[in-house]
Design a protein around this ligand. Sequence first.
Ligand SMILES: CC(=O)CC(=O)SCCNC(=O)CCNC(=O)[C@H](O)C(C)(C)COP(=O)(O)OP(=O)(O)OC[C@H]1O[C@@H](n2cnc3c(N)ncnc32)[C@H](O)[C@@H]1OP(=O)(O)O
Ligand SMILES: NC(=O)C1=CN([C@@H]2O[C@H](COP(=O)(O)OP(=O)(O)OC[C@H]3O[C@@H](n4cnc5c(N)ncnc54)[C@H](OP(=O)(O)O)[C@@H]3O)[C@@H](O)[C@H]2O)C=CC1
Length: 302
Amino acid sequence: MLGTNNGRDGQMDIAKIGVVGAGQMGNGIAHVMALAGYDVLLNDISGEALKNAVDLIRKNLDRQVSREKISQDDMDAAMARITTTQTLTDLGATDLVIEAATEREPVKQAIFDELLPHLQPHTILTSNTSSISITRLASRTDRPEKFMGFHFMNPVPVMQLVELIRGIATDRETYDSCLAVVEKLGKTAASAEDFPAFIVNRILMPMINEAVYTLYEGVGNVKSIDESLKLGANHPMGPLELADFIGLDTCLAIMNVLHDGLADTKYRPCPLLTKYVEAGWLGRKTGRGFYDYRDETPVPTR
Ligand SMILES: CC(=O)CC(=O)SCCNC(=O)CCNC(=O)[C@H](O)C(C)(C)COP(=O)(O)OP(=O)(O)OC[C@H]1O[C@@H](n2cnc3c(N)ncnc32)[C@H](O)[C@@H]1OP(=O)(O)O
Ligand SMILES: NC(=O)C1=CN([C@@H]2O[C@H](COP(=O)(O)OP(=O)(O)OC[C@H]3O[C@@H](n4cnc5c(N)ncnc54)[C@H](OP(=O)(O)O)[C@@H]3O)[C@@H](O)[C@H]2O)C=CC1
């Protein structure tokens, strides 16, 4: 446990977890939760997204079996624990909900508005948001004391860290219950205060934005910027490759939250980042971003 909120008063028994949004984060969260023994109900507005998510979870678990990280029995049991639904209100029967839909506050708000009347009184509601105020999201629910940020890193099955963010009203039992889930996953929790983009993205996203400025101003091209950070700073991925991996829409949304929330021009999103998002070139998930992924080998677009 990293950070200061590490005392414990008591925690809730959590058996069934609802995940809203079956994109890259939702499928990863469903994967690790099912592998840890939780029953998972995965929801998305798109039936195709749900099918793709289950296919990807199967493929990723299969790879873990072939690398002898888990057994075939573990994989079969995990797959059997995952069910999907396009009906959000089915998540009313869960003990913990993790919202992992698109990084747009009105989208998250609409999900909570629809879900809240169906939730059991004890259910903890959380968001995997990368940047949005947990206190503000919580204040519009009927359970601000049972609401918090549950922020996984991408790719979820690989990354060790989970940021836990308490809103101003989050109670101790809620925090301790989420911390116990992180521990059951075998991951490490970091406690972050509820300020724009928390810890990881407060630091990571301005670096990515600066890499886009470096490209915009012609200091380097896509390849030289990425190679420089990989070979010169030992980053596993270059910043532009990482931006494509995260999703350029998500990167822009986080920069906007930093810019609006901290009112400092140092967080001004690079106009080139905005342009890529306006083009619908959102990175790997749409086949094109700072690289073009439509052929087998990614090709820089600048
Ligand atoms: C935006 C936010 O709100 C917060 C964030 O998430 S910020 C983003 C944080 N994430 C990062 O910074 C990721 C940086 N990149 C990396 O760490 C690495 O490039 C990487 C782990 C993604 C891939 O590592 P690599 O060594 O290049 O590839 P590879 O050898 O193929 O994979 C390493 C392992 O990850 C697994 N893996 C890779 N991609 C995966 C994926 N998308 N899903 C599941 N597993 C994956 C592989 O199966 C492999 O597993 P084993 O060790 O069990 O064999
Ligand atoms: N990408 C990353 O590296 C990380 C992202 N996050 C956060 O996780 C969340 C999800 O991001 P990510 O998985 O990358 O995004 P994706 O774009 O991959 O997936 C979002 C999914 O949510 C679906 N969705 C949209 N609206 C609704 C709705 N009303 N009900 C149910 N599902 C909905 C989308 O469907 P459709 O495509 O049909 O719109 C899509 O399938 C965001 O808050 C993001 O900030 C956190 C950590 C890392």
